[in-house]
Write a protein that binds this ligand. Structure first.
Ligand SMILES: NC(=O)c1ccc[n+]([C@@H]2O[C@H](COP(=O)([O-])OP(=O)(O)OC[C@H]3O[C@@H](n4cnc5c(N)ncnc54)[C@H](OP(=O)(O)O)[C@@H]3O)[C@@H](O)[C@H]2O)c1
Length: 303
């Protein structure tokens, strides 16, 4: 099969097509013919040599921790899926490939109306957003600030917070203010003067904040949320303890992914695709993600 591997640690161009042997799934596992795989900022870190917890990244590693596709083989003891099922799921690495093998505990059925690009890019950003909102106890009546609301995680966090019954204020550049409005957030432009703009938008205060961008927006969030246990960053782990806030890592589970599917089926979640690239153009996809600006999700599609 074709896959995209790291030929050396470095710039996007080190991502190259490799030929890799296809193996059968083991007990409790399925093999999925991948149709789309999401691209995340962490994949760029992996490309430069970062090993996510529980992995050892080397030359030859295939990046990518989320995918969608069609099951083409099932291993012994698999009870929840059959060959031909359309699924989406998560793994630690290895999703930029024609096939992945995963435990049946790492996949859910794909809603038939969900496009492959959306399915391939839902798992990582979606589960991070849900993890953060759950850890911060976001619920009915809260006003929540989402810093970096237009990005992949932010796009989903805005909509899930709204589904949890919260009012949402989201930061983005001027170019993404209308987009945030369309997601259900009250938009605000990040940068100088953010405190004053927020004070005008939320005179009664802000109860919780999810930071998906770091920088000044996070520090401003800390001025507004009195209970620091309800401020969480998924980015700025280096300053989290100094600020007395939570450093949040995505906690992935089949149940959490199923929750996102329920929201999608209920019409409460839509995912904008920033750009979709053929798998062979993974380097271009990384270049786009590393710009750090734009709406929604970057994905690879497999032919
Ligand atoms: N802890 C975890 O488990 C975990 C999991 C997933 C992601 N992350 C991290 O979370 C971050 C976001 O991930 P992502 O996939 O959502 O990335 P992304 O899609 O690339 O997000 C980029 C977004 O950030 C916004 N942005 C850039 N500078 C900003 C600023 N100063 N203030 C507010 N927003 C700003 C951009 O908005 P404009 O285009 O309007 O500028 C853009 O919408 C990344 O650093 C990623 O590594 C952590």
């Amino acid at each position: 099969m074709k896959a995209i591997g790291i030929t050396e640690f470095g710039a996007p161009e080190v991502l190259q097509v490799m030929n890799v042997e296809i193996v059968p799934p083991g007990s409790g596992e399925v093999r999925v013919k991948v149709k789309a795989a999401g691209v995340q900022p962490v994949d760029a870190a992996v490309r430069k040599g970062f090993s996510p917890p529980g992995t050892v990244v080397t030359v030859g590693t295939i990046p990518g921790n989320e995918f969608a596709g069609i099951i083409d083989q099932i291993g012994e003891g698999v009870s929840q899926f059959q060959v031909g099922d359309e699924v989406l799921g998560f793994r630690l690495l290895g999703s930029y490939a024609d096939y992945v093998i995963v435990s049946e505990e790492q996949i859910v059925h794909k809603p038939s109306r969900m496009p492959w690009e959306v399915a391939g890019g839902l798992s990582g950003a979606g589960q991070t957003a849900v993890t953060a909102l759950e850890l911060l106890d976001v619920s009915q009546g809260d006003t929540v600030l989402i810093n970096g609301a237009a990005g992949a995680v932010g796009t989903i966090a805005v909509q899930v917070a709204r589904a949890f019954g919260a009012s949402v204020i989201g930061t983005a550049s001027e170019a993404n203010q209308e987009y945030l409005l369309s997601l259900g957030a009250i938009p605000v432009i990040y940068g100088e003067g953010l405190s004053e703009r927020l004070r005008a938008l939320a005179p009664e205060g802000i109860h919780a904040a999810v930071d998906a961008a770091g920088g000044d927006g996070l520090r401003v969030a800390c001025e507004f949320v009195l209970d620091k246990s309800r401020v969480g960053t998924i980015v700025a782990f280096d300053v989290a303890s100094e600020l007395g806030i939570r450093a949040i890592r995505s906690q992935r589970s089949k149940a959490r992914l199923a929750k996102l599917i329920d929201l999608y089926d209920a019409g409460k979640l839509s995912i904008h695709i920033r750009e979709a690239f053929p798998m062979e153009r993974a380097a271009d996809a990384h270049t786009v993600v590393e710009k750090g600006h734009g709406r929604g999700k970057v994905v690879l599609v497999m032919m």
